[in-house]
Design a protein around this ligand. Structure first.
Ligand code: SF4
Length: 379
């Protein structure tokens, strides 16, 4: 395993942060924010983010190595691929093996290890028809092109991706493409946040960097409970280095002042009321249901399932009504990583049996997974 990277002095050189046209990655602005963070952090604090893109940026741009030693930044359950449960992966594999089925999924899904290390990619190599698509609409087009087959789209992701899936179901219904089917593994962030806070592990998290993409859709109101019920501050942050550093500085200031509020530091993209049209699409097609999360178990009303009027598109009901009861791989510590109980490199398999080229768990699969990000950028 590679040695841990030592933390760097917080002054950034001209090339320390990747160059873009955005002031939000300007090295001088980032350096100024880092100086404030170092100056104002007066006690050990543990912050968690719940967005795979935040995870990737924090590692890719080296922010984790520039923060004070006493500020622990944890990547929580914010990567859609990572939170997908073993039983859901097993059901996808079972569905893919059925006669007449074409499975359509995003590329990352092909590599998530299921029971016995089987993946959708390996299932494809063994004869199942599994296609990578770039949108749910691609899957619908596949269904139109193959009317004699059932095309199953594997829908993963949070409130960010659910509207596009919902719009595709509506189009399938309008066009009568009844051989299109959706395996919905879509999940909702606020119930997971509440589950984290309600359990003992949540007691060790001082504040939350809230996900910018999800917040574009749901706005800020659904997070209020973290301040009002659990006394924790939260800040919606964007995805450039300065966005993240500014959000962390706001969290430090609120924590120091004993204030618990939910603030929006990503105002150029997130409206406090969210995107009503996107939410209307979700509400038209889906309803909340209990869902399995890797590491967090079954969380009430944290998933999105098709409403009764769209049941004919429900791949799960049609092909795998009961999720297979498969045991979790005891060697993989992804569940502990997603709950912030261990850092990726504290998993005994990190960088040994488990690497992006040969992932043991989903956190090493996606570029948004914390193990993959730690391997790529912290080695
Ligand atoms: S290093 Fe691999 S096995 Fe360990 S927690 Fe990460 S993904 Fe899972």
């Amino acid at each position: 395993m590679p040695p841990a990277r030592t933390r760097q002095p917080f002054h950034l050189g001209a090339h320390a942060v990747r160059t873009t046209n955005s002031a939000f990655s300007d090295p001088e602005i980032c350096s100024a924010l880092l100086r404030r963070i170092h100056a104002e952090l007066n006690a050990p604090m543990r912050f968690m983010e719940l967005c795979g893109t935040h995870t990737a940026v924090v590692y890719r741009d080296g922010l984790h190595s520039l923060l004070p030693e006493t500020l622990t930044h944890i990547s929580g359950p914010g990567c859609p691929v990572c939170v997908t449960h073993d039983r859901e992966i097993a059901a996808c594999l079972e569905s893919a093996g059925k006669d007449g089925v074409i499975t359509a999924c995003f590329g990352d899904m092909m590599r998530i290890p299921g029971p016995g290390g089987m993946t959708l990619g390996k299932a494809g190599a063994a004869g199942a028809e599994v296609k990578v698509v770039y949108s749910p609409l691609d899957a619908l087009r596949l269904a139109e092109a193959h009317p004699d087959r059932t095309v199953v789209f594997l829908g993963v992701g949070f409130e960010t991706t659910a509207p596009a899936t919902a719009a595709t179901v509506l189009r399938a219904a309008a066009q009568g493409v009844d051989n299109f089917a959706l395996f919905s593994m879509h999940k909702r962030i606020p119930p997971a946040l509440e589950a984290l806070l309600a359990e003992e592990a949540g007691g060790g998290i001082d504040a939350f960097l809230l996900p910018g993409h999800v917040s574009v859709v749901i706005g800020t109101a659904p997070y209020r409970f973290i301040a009002e019920k659990y006394g924790r501050p939260g800040v919606v942050g964007g995805f450039e280095p300065a966005d993240i550093l500014l959000a962390l500085l706001c969290l430090i200031r609120m924590r120091r002042a004993g204030r618990a509020e939910v603030l929006n530091c990503y105002g150029r993209a997130v409206d406090a009321g969210g995107n009503a049209r996107a939410r209307a699409l979700i509400d038209a097609v889906f309803e909340p249901a209990d869902a399995l999360w890797r590491g967090l178990g079954c969380i009430p009303r944290s998933g999105l399932v098709l409403r009764g009027e769209y049941e004919r598109f429900d791949a799960r009901a049609r092909l795998v009504p009961d999720l297979p009861d498969v045991p979790e791989n005891p060697a993989c510590r992804c569940g502990d990583v997603l709950r912030g109980r261990i850092a990726p490199r504290n998993c005994p398999l990190f960088g040994k049996q488990c690497s992006p080229a040969n992932p043991t768990g989903p956190c090493m699969v996606s570029t948004e997974g914390s193990c993959a990000a730690a391997f790529r950028y912290d080695a």
